[in-house]
Design a protein around this ligand. Sequence first.
Ligand SMILES: Cc1cc2nc3c(=O)[nH]c(=O)nc-3n(C[C@H](O)[C@H](O)[C@H](O)COP(=O)(O)OP(=O)(O)OC[C@H]3O[C@@H](n4cnc5c(N)ncnc54)[C@H](O)[C@@H]3O)c2cc1C
Length: 198
Amino acid sequence: MAERHLPPSYKWRREDYNRTANLDEFLPWFEDWKFGWLDVPGLIRNCPHSYEYPLVDRDPVDRWTFGNVTLMGDAAHPMYPIGSNGSSQAILEARVIAREILNHGETTAAFFAYEAERRPATTDLVMLNRRNGPEQVMQMVEERAPQGFKVVTDVLSQQELEDIANNYKRVAGFQVEALNAKPAIVPSTHAPAMSSAG
Ligand SMILES: Cc1cc2nc3c(=O)[nH]c(=O)nc-3n(C[C@H](O)[C@H](O)[C@H](O)COP(=O)(O)OP(=O)(O)OC[C@H]3O[C@@H](n4cnc5c(N)ncnc54)[C@H](O)[C@@H]3O)c2cc1C
């Protein structure tokens, strides 16, 4: 519904999770969410406080390693929090850095080898998350059936659902069988021993 959109020239503020929200910016989207048993706009109006919850990322950068310093995690590739990925990718980076330090010693070469694997992979993910990642199915359904639907597969075929999910898993490295078939990133001989005392 076009009248709900703020104009492209709208002056958005820099992102901040601790700033109180401006109701004019989001309440219009929920004005007709009155279901008899639940009055969403009423709930929002009666809330004593509401805060901004911005969706934030950054353009991928073309370099992570600077001498003895490299980037990882959100410092390297802040992405939209879609597809349960920010921390998962940071954990993968910790493993790959560990492997490359084992291979190359504590050298810049270890960082370059790490970056060569992880930067292209996470660049693809940042860009895919901008298109809503696996959750793009919700946008597609909204566009194809603005008046609603009875069965989701009347709007989006099972094949389309599976293709979108599989593509995201491929880019994110979440394909269960492929993942289980791969050797460990860091060989278990180097992994720290688990202790029942934690
Ligand atoms: C709303 C939301 C939902 C999310 N959902 C998911 C999810 O479901 N699954 C998922 O995998 N990920 C999710 N994420 C992403 C995930 O939280 C981040 O990707 C992850 O926390 C990044 O870890 P990090 O260690 O790189 O950075 P951070 O967790 O940001 O850690 C950086 C740390 O450095 C500290 N620091 C900063 N400056 C300094 C300094 N000068 N000196 C010392 N310390 C400093 C900070 O205080 C912070 O503790 C979500 C993120 C958001 C915002």
